[in-house]
Design a protein around this ligand. Structure first.
Ligand code: ADP
Length: 162
């Protein structure tokens, strides 16, 4: 069984992430969305909130698991019996960082492959930081996140509108 892991901060999940999740879950037998416990960063949403927002967005999808991890991704992958990392690629600036990470992980464990999926052009400019910024300023985020989690995000910034 081909199990892949899609790691990230997901602070919060966006339609761009969901597009990658949907496509990768069709290519592989099982997909694990792995939310990174990032003590260094200061996430706006707690780990539990980030996991819950993803679960709410995905709904009932038998071959998708939502989990969290801390420490080295490759150690987590061994625990999960997976050898495939999924990454989404947006603009050219993503490439340099992701290229470095992929080579580093390959160096740490040569059995692990990183597979890149190009962003859907609709979401090429979309990032969690952008959602946070515009939501906190009271902008409409309907196009960028699923309806089911929209109000939870707006609540965080105290800008819920009907
Ligand atoms: P960000 O805070 O930049 O959204 P994450 O750590 O949550 O980043 O992202 C996890 C993964 O999802 C990364 O591989 C990232 O490139 C990818 N990703 C993020 N946004 C998009 C998007 N709009 N389209 C495709 N892939 C994306």
């Amino acid at each position: 069984m081909k199990i892949c892991v899609y790691p990230g901060s997901f602070d919060p999940i966006t339609n761009g992430h969901l597009d990658i999740i949907d496509r990768a879950s069709k290519v592989f037998d099982k997909l694990i969305v792995a939310v990174l416990v990032n003590p260094g960063k200061n996430p706006v949403f707690t780990l539990e909130e980030r996991v819950q927002l993803i679960k709410d967005s995905i709904g009932d999808a038998p071959n998708i698991e939502v989990d969290s991890f801390s420490g080295l991704l490759i150690d987590y992958m061994i625990n999960k019996n997976s050898k495939i990392i999924i990454k989404g690629l947006r603009v050219v600036t993503d490439f340099e960082y992701e290229f470095q990470m992929a080579l580093l992980n390959k160096n740490l464990n040569p059995d692990i492959e990183t597979v890149f999926m190009m962003t859907n052009s609709k979401y090429s400019y979309l990032s969690s930081s952008m959602i946070k910024e515009i939501a906190s300023l009271g902008a409409n985020i309907d196009e960028f996140v699923p309806d089911i989690i929209k109000n939870k995000i707006l609540d965080k910034f105290n800008v819920r509108k009907g």
